[in-house]
Design a protein around this ligand. Structure first.
Ligand SMILES: Nc1ncnc2c1ncn2[C@@H]1O[C@H](COP(=O)(O)OP(=O)(O)OP(=O)(O)O)[C@@H](O)[C@H]1O
Length: 709
């Protein structure tokens, strides 16, 4: 079968337009657009209250941190700090700035007045409005530490040094910025692809766009395989054999709880044994760190690329930036760093402008020297590592510019935008993607606004777009549709759910292929390793509170805010149903289930707000979240509030199978569904089957509205 080929430049142009729309949607939906340098005190306070800013700061210390960046320590301004900590020191007020956030530090009085040429130079250059930008590396109630320099890595510049110098003695505040490194790297990659001519196309690229079919896997080429992990099950072994034998593309399909990462670790080790160099990527820092953590004890040389502030503490020792300080190769950088620190400190002691300029000049030379030595050190470290790990956008950084890998592995590939994947794939020969296309794709904001395609560039000539291409269509999905199931292997034993919880998603979505491992298939809450009462709930894996009958109506939104939110699918709520949920949680806790073992999830943010109001204070350990946000997570007991209950039988975005799949596959021992079977069963054949399954298999209960009030 010869697939329909897709034009690579047209694909890239289409992606560029879709990405532009998405970026605009992101910027406009975020109040981060208001990042002008000079804003009123009350706006600053509001920004702090909403989690976007931190006010009342002064610069208290500077030093050279990882990667040669200046790290500034900012303390509460004692003149205005309203709270004190136990030791009598001023404390920062409550705020939402976290480690890893990109922030800009501004002078409360506004940017320094520039004169003449400098002013001209800065006109129209938004990025220099306000103070220097950096990444938060540490926060506690006595201060915040910020590493200055480019968002995407790289060492500091003269402009950074000068901008930081300007902060001494000023009253400061910082504001969280949108982190657009990912967007920028995707755009650069697509721009590159749009310009490629045929001779630039790799074999993998031609496979990925249907210009040719995948080559036959060669099962002899990897030689005999001795599995290192004795616990691997047959489907995991089969997936590993296939990925080793494939010549260009292998998809590992990992339904919920089937040990996708477990399998990837063995696969990576097998590649290393065969002297292959591997780049391992994932869409988020957590997805990558998860692999570093599990790989590190196996004694393989690994290096993790990425800003240290964003990495889990447990993987820091493998971070490239830390290695550039601690490894043998790092000594060549150390001397220069010390000299830079000394120079930096001497600036403040110098009053004369001439001397200051001379120091800045020296710093400039030192910085050049530092960069050259560091770049050699980085190159050496990366070249010596058989396994390099980075986020997908991190793979577009300068550290990997001249690096070549035998295999690129992408974990959680079905949660990454396709353009994001290509950042790591442009020069790849062989690719392994792991994911589950039957769970939710990455969140895309612009798809909610399809009707308003009048984007900001509406006066630009319309470009031809590839039909059927949207950002939600992931590479994983597209490759499967293009080349069929021969390019994938599915993991089939799941180690999370009770058999009764697993059966419906298995039959409806995974061709009845899932098998519950013996260790989990009959596990109940009552078997938890702490004291628990055996009740109707703790001895039952599947409960359905059916609210049919009209006494549990969803709230109709008719005000303006409601309508706007409804566009985002966020505003629905159902107060009576929330009472059913709360009652069920009470019952579980009364039976002895720890609130930390329970999660309450719902597709609607309106309902989440209501449930949080009812339950957060009562059970601080209980986890409350949206279904979308709970993807990838698990809990002993999960209560799902479906919300929709109306005469028109509208189910809104419950109609999305992948969302319901995520919702129903989070629990290990107990799943409780609260919803109106009458409304929901008419939403789609899938929903009808689900309601039928619950009716036949769950412990069915009908709440009494009067009893709840
Ligand atoms: N062959 C196996 N034998 C026993 N336990 C296993 C096996 N494979 C995976 N597991 C267990 O299953 C659980 C899920 O595995 P893992 O964390 O690797 O999956 P994942 O891919 O990260 O998650 P998901 O399957 O939800 O995508 C873990 O507790 C892991 O120890």
């Amino acid at each position: 079968m010869s697939p329909d080929p897709i034009s690579i430049p047209l694909f890239a142009e289409t992606q560029l337009q879709l990405l532009l729309q998405e970026h605009e949607a992101e910027v406009s939906s975020s109040s981060l657009a208001t990042t002008a340098a000079s804003v009123s005190p009350s706006t600053r306070r509001t920004l702090q209250a909403t989690g976007y800013a931190l006010t009342g700061l002064i610069l208290s210390q500077c030093r050279t941190g990882l990667g040669g960046r200046v790290v500034g320590e900012f303390a509460p301004d004692p003149a205005i700090a309203s709270t004190e900590s136990a030791d009598g020191q001023p404390r920062l007020g409550s705020h939402g700035i976290r480690v890893g956030d990109v922030v800009r530090v501004n002078d409360v009085a506004g940017p320094a007045k520039k004169v003449g040429k400098e002013k001209e130079k800065e006109k129209g250059k938004d990025s220099v409005k306000g103070g220097p930008e950096g990444v938060v590396t540490r926060v506690n109630d006595k201060g915040i530490w910020i590493a200055f320099g480019q968002q995407g890595g790289g060492t500091r510049s003269k402009e950074d040094d000068e901008a930081i110098e300007e902060l001494w003695g000023k009253k400061l505040w910082c504001i969280k910025l949108a982190n657009d490194v990912t967007y920028r790297r995707m755009r650069q990659t697509m721009e590159k692809m749009a310009k490629f001519i045929e001779t630039d196309h790799s074999h993998f690229m031609r496979v990925a766009f249907g210009h040719t079919t995948p080559l036959q896997p060669d099962y002899d080429s990897p030689g005999p395989i001795e599995f290192l992990d004795p616990t691997l099950n047959d489907s995991q072994k089969d997936a590993i054999r296939f990925a080793l034998a494939s010549k260009d593309i292998a998809l590992i399909h990992g339904p919920p709880g089937t040990g996708k990462t477990h399998t990837l670790i063995e696969l990576i080790l097998q590649f290393v044994q065969r002297k292959k160099r591997i780049l391992v990527c994932g869409p988020s820092n957590v997805s990558v760190d998860n692999i570093v953590e599990r790989l590190a004890p196996k004694k393989v040389p690994v290096v993790r690329i990425g800003h240290p502030a964003r990495l889990l503490p447990s993987v820091l020792e493998h971070s490239l930036e830390v290695l550039t300080q601690t490894s043998d190769a790092a000594s060549i950088v150390k001397d220069v760093r010390k000299e830079m620190d000394e120079k930096q400190a001497s600036i403040r002691k110098t009053k004369s402008g001439r001397e200051r300029r001379a120091i800045y000049d020296d710093l400039k030379h030192l910085r050049k020297e530092f960069r050259e030595r560091e770049s050699k050190c980085v190159d050496d470290l990366v070249r010596e590592s058989s396994v390099v790990l980075a986020t997908l956008h991190g793979a577009g950084g300068h550290q990997l510019k001249n690096q070549k890998f035998d295999v690129v592995i992408i974990d959680e590939a079905s949660q990454a935008l396709e353009a994001q994947c290509w950042i790591s794939l442009l020069s790849a020969d062989k690719v392994v993607l792991a994911g589950d296309h039957l769970q939710l794709p990455p969140t895309v904001k612009s798809s909610n606004q399809k009707s308003k395609t009048s984007n900001a560039k509406s006066d630009a000539p319309p470009k031809e777009l590839l039909k059927g291409l949207s950002l939600e269509r992931t590479l994983f999905d597209r490759l499967l549709a293009l080349h069929g199931p021969d390019i994938k292997r599915m993991l089939t034993t799941q180690y999370r759910m009770h058999e009764k919880i697993m059966r419906f998603p298995s039959v409806e979505l995974y061709e009845s292929k899932l098998i519950a491992a013996d260790s989990v298939k009959e596990r109940l809450l009552a078997d938890l390793p702490y004291e628990l009462e055996g009740t109707d709930d703790t001895q039952e894996p599947l409960v359905f509170w059916d609210t049919q009958g009209g006494d549990f109506p969803e709230k109709a939104e008719d005000d303006d805010i409601g309508k706007k939110e409804a566009l985002l699918g966020e505003s629905k709520s159902n107060e009576m149903e929330a009472l059913v949920v709360a009652r069920h949680v009470d019952n579980l806790v009364d039976a002895g289930v720890r609130p930390e073992s329970i999660a309450v999830i719902t597709p609607y943010n309106g309902q989440l707000a209501l449930l949080s109001h009812m339950l957060r204070e009562k059970y601080p350990g209980l986890e409350l979240g949206s279904v979308d946000g709970f993807q990838g997570r698990e809990k002993e007991a999960v209560v799902v509030s479906l919300v929709r209950s109306n005469d028109k039988h509208e189910v809104g975005f419950l109609g999305e199978k992948r969302r319901l799949n995520v919702a129903m596959t989070r629990p290990k021992r107990h799943l409780c569904i609260c919803g109106d079977s009458d409304t929901i069963s008419r939403g789609s054949p899938f929903l009808k089957h689900w309601m039928d399954y619950l009716e036949e298999n769950a412990d069915l209960r009908y709440p009494d509205a009067g009893d709840l009030l």
